[in-house]
Design a binder for this molecule. Structure first.
Ligand code: PIR
Ligand code: CA
Length: 312
């Protein structure tokens, strides 16, 4: 059975890898790519999404890119130029897009797509700020009952990266994240606790380089830039490739261990705005619709990524 997925992203080095993992995996049916301002401006991340689709060739043919929100609901946009560079995908030459963005807003596309398909079939995978997803469920509250699951990259129950306790996607639009995690739909939070285990080690890089295709060369270029940025800005030896962990979970749920936990987002804390608060006290609650990702099977994760890249 294949997963029908809308990928809502802000590419972004790791978003690009998430796109390629989805495109190169036959059991993911990518219904569309929606974009949101985050790592870079909306215009830049939309262009980047189109470039990645062009690179992926036939796999990306027919997958539309739908531009969404150009800024967060309440706060000012602060892009992650220090990590992703001026283009949002620095370190590679960007393929010339072979298609234009679609003439439909991301929020409208999400609502239309989920409502026209059978209930419980479409999975939303946000890997950027949650602005589009929040607006979609406010625009059409029935989305909550129809979406199969929201599998998001964002947050963390132990630490942040943008502030001590807040992760970038959530910190960028905390109000949107608050809407999404408080909605009555299943949410899987793939946060930094998990994605900091998805490190692109030199061995991983060598394996990808060994594929020897335009797609693998592109990914090696991305990882090289991402490694240097992470060494400089975050003191990591190897860069964590956050966003594809969400898609990998759909491909093979066993790649992650998860724990059910009530979730919320701090909006007002002087030191903690944008923090995701997971209640991990006591035994694991049974009827709780949210869960957090805890542990990554690194080997299985990278083998999914490598096979997808090889297939493109
Ligand atoms: C990664 C991101 C933003 C800032 C930093 N420092 C690192 C982007 C990634 O694309 C991922 O979706 C998420 N936001 C991780 O915080
Ligand atoms: Ca991202």
């Amino acid at each position: 059975m294949s997963h029908q997925v809308i990928l809502d992203c802000d590419p972004g080095h790791d978003d690009a890898v998430a796109m390629l993992l989805a495109l190169g995996s036959p059991s993911i049916d990518l219904l569309g790519v929606t974009t949101v301002a985050g790592n870079q401006t909306l215009a830049k991340v939309t262009r980047n999404a189109l470039s990645v689709l062009a690179l992926s060739g036939h796999a990306g043919a027919g997958v539309g890119v739908y531009p969404g929100c150009a800024r967060p609901l309440v706060r000012e946009l602060a892009v992650a130029e220090d990590i992703h560079g001026e283009s949002g995908l620095d370190g590679v030459e960007l393929p010339v897009p072979t298609a234009a963005p679609r003439d439909e807003h991301a929020v409208d596309f999400i609502v239309r797509t989920v409502m026209k398909r059978p209930p419980g079939t479409v999975t939303l995978v946000p890997t950027g700020p949650l602005t589009n997803i929040a607006l979609a469920v406010r625009r059409e509250p029935r989305l909550a009952g129809r979406v199969r699951e929201v599998v998001l990259m964002g947050g963390g129950y132990q630490r942040g990266n943008t502030t001590a306790v807040a992760e970038f996607n959530i910190r960028t639009d905390p109000e949107a994240a608050h809407i999404v995690v408080n909605e009555d739909w299943p949410v899987t939070m793939v946060g930094l606790d998990l994605t900091h285990q998805a490190l692109a080690t030199p061995a991983v890089e060598r394996e990808i380089a060994g594929i020897g295709s335009p797609v693998s060369d592109f990914v090696v270029g991305l990882l090289g830039f991402f490694r240097q940025a992470y060494q400089r800005q975050q003191g990591f030896a190897d860069p964590p490739v956050h966003d594809p962990c969400t898609i990998a979970y759909l491909l093979d749920p066993g790649v992650l261990t998860t724990r059910r936990a009530p979730l919320d987002v701090e909006l007002r804390g002087e030191l903690t705005a944008g923090m995701t608060v997971a209640d991990l006290r006591g035994p694991e609650p049974e009827n709780c619709r949210s869960q957090v990702a805890v542990c990554l099977d690194r080997e299985r994760f990278w083998s999914l990524v490598v096979s997808a890249l090889r297939a493109l």
